[in-house]
Write a protein that binds this ligand. Sequence first.
Ligand code: HSE
Length: 324
Amino acid sequence: MNRRVMVKVPASTANLGPGFDALGMALSLYAWIEMAIPQDGQTVINLHGDGLNGIPVDKSNLIFKVAQLVFDRAGVSVPELAIDMYIEIPLTRGLGSSASAIIGGLVAANALIGSPLSQDELFQLSTELEGHPDNVGASLFGGIVVASWDGNRAEKVTINPPADLEVLVAIPAFELATEKARHALPTQVPMKDAVFNLASSSLLVAALASGNLDLIPHAMRDRLHQPYRAALVPGMAEILERATEHGALGVALSGAGPTLLTLVKRSSTRKADLEVFLVDTLKGHGIKAETMWLEPCSQGPELTIVREPSGQSFMERVKGEVRA
Ligand code: HSE
């Protein structure tokens, strides 16, 4: 058993356009979760920073609950926990914040009891919890994840992100629940749209695996979910259609949205133009948005066993790593 562990988990984007519920990529924005056996035996959950208001700090907390799943699976009893969390990933924006919290909770709990569960077991558990493997797979393994789930087992292959790839996201100033964005989808799609996505998604995986970035504009196209979700994000249809004219290699709704994600060549001379295009287009539809340049993150969770007494507070341990 360890007394105190800290895990830093990357955010993720899901789908990458055509790979609905199948493709994911870890991104350089993080959640930090610390888990310990409480000194006085009582559960205490501290959420640090803005934006976490309304998240429960009792035993109904998601991180507490996923930790208990790990303990149950491992056949040990750890009924009380001290949990600290700081997250720089915007919540409910399509950047995988809940998947990061799930992975953080699973990895931290597993480490606390000496890591009896394998990474594969954590992947199976997290996929069951999320209902799809794309975000959790990316947060757990890092890099680009190509995953499948048949409702019983999740499988995956990871690809190292091409070194020349950068990511620009435009994050609208409103939240969009994944459940709402999934409700916008039809129960059936035309065969020609399914074939279109199959080809696009396959081409995208091959382009990313081979580093052939020039294929991305032809591959990052979707007919299965984005057209149906467009009404939920004013300005999205125009951005999907025209971002490549402004220097993007490819563009997609990030996960279930509302964030829009573009892939950009590191050497591009049109980065400022693209940023202005994204912000102005959303603004033209009455949507305020913040842009962020991110890197694909090739690592999964970083685990630290905290020696006690550490002489530092949780936020001091996090500090220095947070984006300015
Ligand atoms: N693949 C999922 C969706 C991701 O698009 O609904 C949700 O985060």
